[in-house]
Design a protein around this ligand. Structure first.
Ligand code: FES
Length: 109
């Protein structure tokens, strides 16, 4: 397990996302109120910044061409295509949002 401290939870407004760079990864972390979710910050359509998208339930709508991506599974919900983004476990400890990456090597990649 490799939990990376991201920011204080109150730095991510309710129903908004923020991007964070970890190694070579850009990760989008969203505040859904009861929980936080994190996905790769790169839309599978054309690389749009998902952190800047609008939340719709547990989905985010890409700000570039409105593809809808499920933040729980990473699957694209709209349009009907076989595409997905990576998802990452998130926890909040002592008011700090943390994202888990698969390994230290991936975090530094
Ligand atoms: S880049 Fe996200 S919908 Fe086109």
């Amino acid at each position: 397990m490799n939990w990376i401290r991201i920011t204080r939870s109150d730095n991510i407004p309710l129903r908004e996302g923020r991007s964070v760079r970890i190694g070579s990864r850009q990760i989008a972390v969203f505040n859904l109120g009861q929980r936080f979710l994190a996905v790769e910050n790169r839309c599978p359509h054309g690389g749009g910044p998902l952190a800047d998208g609008i939340l719709s339930g547990c989905d985010v709508v890409c700000p570039l061409h409105a593809w809808k991506v499920c933040l729980e599974t990473g699957q694209v919900r709209r349009p009907s295509v076989e595409a997905c983004v990576a998802t990452f476990p998130v926890r909040v400890e002592d008011g700090v949002v943390q994202v888990q990456l698969p390994s230290p090597a991936e975090a530094a990649a």
